[in-house]
Design a protein around this ligand. Structure first.
Ligand SMILES: C[S@@+](CC[C@H](N)C(=O)[O-])C[C@H]1O[C@@H](n2cnc3c(N)ncnc32)[C@H](O)[C@@H]1O
Ligand SMILES: Nc1nc2[nH]cc(C(=O)O)c2c(=O)[nH]1
Ligand code: SF4
Ligand SMILES: [Mg+2]
Length: 193
């Protein structure tokens, strides 16, 4: 769909320069999704892996973040292999709702109630990042926290339009459950892509 060089605004790698590769297509349908224009893959141009990697190499950073849409609707083996050959660290942002493919340095799993993760991929998550829209989402977050690897980092991220209401509840929750950390969508506060 698009690619852009910016800073990672969320989660463990927040603050790092990163080349984002946003792939078209999503079959999850979160009603609060902040990139609904990504859902229909047919509305976006097809670009070869070689061209994606060549464009990424125009920038000095060597962290690539594959996102979407739901990137795991695509077989990501070739893309990640070529990015690694070019010296990139490969990170993915995924709902985990389709089978895992690709070669990853970091997997950020953000499970969605609308299409739950495939159970086989959950233990591979390096980071669990749950969007909090309402109080029940804390229960949803704990359901996945109990399934990830013990080294997996745990983040709660307020849904953007509900952030004023939910962030204080998240802060209280983290104070009571300190295994969790806060993830804010910093790029939106500083108005970068
Ligand atoms: C647009 S999604 C694309 C990757 C993948 N489909 C997923 O959901 O993880 C990228 C990240 O943004 C988060 N996100 C999407 N809409 C959001 C919103 N309105 N508020 C907060 N986070 C949001 C997702 O949970 C995910 O962690
Ligand atoms: N700066 C910035 N950081 C991000 N982290 C995850 C994003 C995503 O949409 O996957 C994202 C994004 O869209 N922009
Ligand atoms: S899974 Fe990700 S891209 Fe798909 S609708 Fe949900 S937040 Fe948006
Ligand atoms: Mg985003």
């Amino acid at each position: 769909m698009e690619s852009f060089y910016t800073i990672q605004g969320e989660g463990f790698h927040q603050g790092r320069a990163a080349y984002f590769i946003r792939l078209g297509g999503c079959d999850v349908g979160c009603f609060w999704c902040d990139v609904k224009e990504s859902w229909d893959a047919g509305k976006h141009p097809r670009i070869s892996v070689e061209d994606i990697v060549a464009r990424a190499k125009e920038h000095p950073g060597r962290l690539a973040v594959i996102t979407g849409g739901e990137p795991l609707l695509h077989d990501l083996s070739t893309l990640t292999t070529k990015l690694k050959e070019a010296g990139f660290e490969t990170n993915i942002e995924t709902s985990g709702s389709s089978p895992l493919s690709g070669s990853w340095d970091w997997i950020c799993l953000s499970p969605k109630k609308f299409k739950a993760p495939v159970p086989e991929m959950v233990p591979f998550a390096n980071e669990l990042k749950v969007v909090i829209l309402n109080k029940h989402d804390f229960t949803w977050a704990e359901t996945y926290a109990s399934q990830v690897n013990e080294t997996c980092k745990l983040y709660l991220q307020p849904e953007w339009d509900k952030a004023a209401e939910m962030t204080p509840l998240i802060v209280d929750y983290i104070k009571a459950h300190p295994q969790w950390e806060l993830s804010l969508q910093v790029h939106k506060y500083i108005d970068v892509p």
